[in-house]
Write a new protein. Structure first.
Lengths: 265, 49
């Protein structure tokens, strides 16, 4: 009996001490490999562009971060729709994870774009169509995170966020097509969305390496952020349970105390 | 090195530092938060796939 118990105890692997698992470690290792290739090719091997010069090295970061942001925002949109249908914690947590990571990547995209603008246009910011719609998109997802931070019943909060997640995603195609629909300063499609990319050779290789790395890092972050959110919910449940138990013990001891004092009188 | 070249170099370095620094700092904060919360949550509630 004891041996059986010991065998069963040995067969159960110890619980993870964080949000990592074998899958995330493998994914992280592959992402780091692609990042290393992107750094070497993006900064050292790839030649300056005939039109953009060395500023193409900013584009190697700008394009992958925006694609990672779109992926995260689309995850939020799908999760929002699924939450409104299924009403489960899984979809709510995945949606909020996507929004947070999307805001991170999109903020980095806008900063990188501003740095590129400073070199190319001479200014960090212009209120032209692509930049203006991008600012609106970022503000909408900041609104999502702000609504999430408002203290409310978890189901009410999740429903509010799901609605915002579905409304905000409509802005993504507008941002993406802004360069086609309106005349602006921002350059048109260079690699993605065109059958004849203006890049080639090591430039294209550097871009695709950085793009793959960006997508892998985004997925890796999504998994870790989802698990951290799940742990936060369990810790919150635990804290609430303990508080209720303490309150119950406190009230029972108070009532027994009053009974004793009642007996004395 | 001209002023324009210096601005260009600084902007390229800043873009890469902001990208790696921003995403790296966020990743570190998420990992540390997960480790901190794992100490509170019972082991049977933190089994990943």
């Amino acid at each position: 009996m004891t041996a059986t118990k010991m065998n069963s105890a040995q067969s159960v692997s110890p619980a993870p001490t964080g949000t990592g698992s074998r899958g995330t470690r493998l994914l992280g290792a592959v992402a780091v490999c692609f990042l290393a290739v992107a750094v070497v090719y993006g900064l050292f091997i790839s030649p300056p562009d005939s039109q953009l010069g060395n500023t193409i090295r900013i584009i190697y970061m700008h394009v992958p971060t925006v694609m990672a942001a779109y992926l995260a925002f689309l995850t939020t949109a799908v999760s929002s729709a699924m939450y409104l249908w299924k009403r489960t914690e899984f979809w709510d947590l995945l949606g909020s994870s996507g929004a947070e990571i999307g805001v991170l990547f999109f903020t980095v995209t806008i900063i990188d774009g501003a740095l590129w603008g400073k070199v190319t246009w001479g200014v960090f910011w212009r209120w032209e169509p692509r930049l203006t719609t991008s600012a609106v998109l970022l503000i909408m997802y900041l609104g999502y995170l702000a609504v999430r931070a408002i203290p409310a019943d978890p189901k009410t909060r999740a429903t509010r966020c799901a609605i915002i997640g579905l409304v905000a995603v409509v802005n993504i195609p507008i941002v993406h097509k802004a360069v086609d629909w309106w005349r602006g300063l921002h350059q048109g499609k260079t690699v993605l969305g065109t059958l004849n990319p203006e890049m080639g050779g090591t430039q294209l290789f550097a871009m695709y390496s950085a793009l793959t790395a960006g997508i892998l890092v985004c997925v890796w972050l999504l998994i870790h952020r989802f698990r951290a959110g799940y742990l936060a919910e369990r810790a919150s449940d635990l804290g609430l349970g303990q508080a209720l138990e303490e309150r119950r013990l406190e009230s029972s001891s108070t009532s027994s105390g009053s009974k004793v004092s009642g007996d004395d009188s | 090195m001209s002023s324009a070249d210096l601005t260009e170099t600084l902007c390229i370095i800043a873009a890469w530092v902001v990208t790696f620094g921003g995403v790296g700092a966020y990743a570190a904060s998420v990992i540390l938060r997960g480790r901190r919360l794992s100490k509170i949550v019972p082991s049977e509630q933190r089994r990943w796939m």
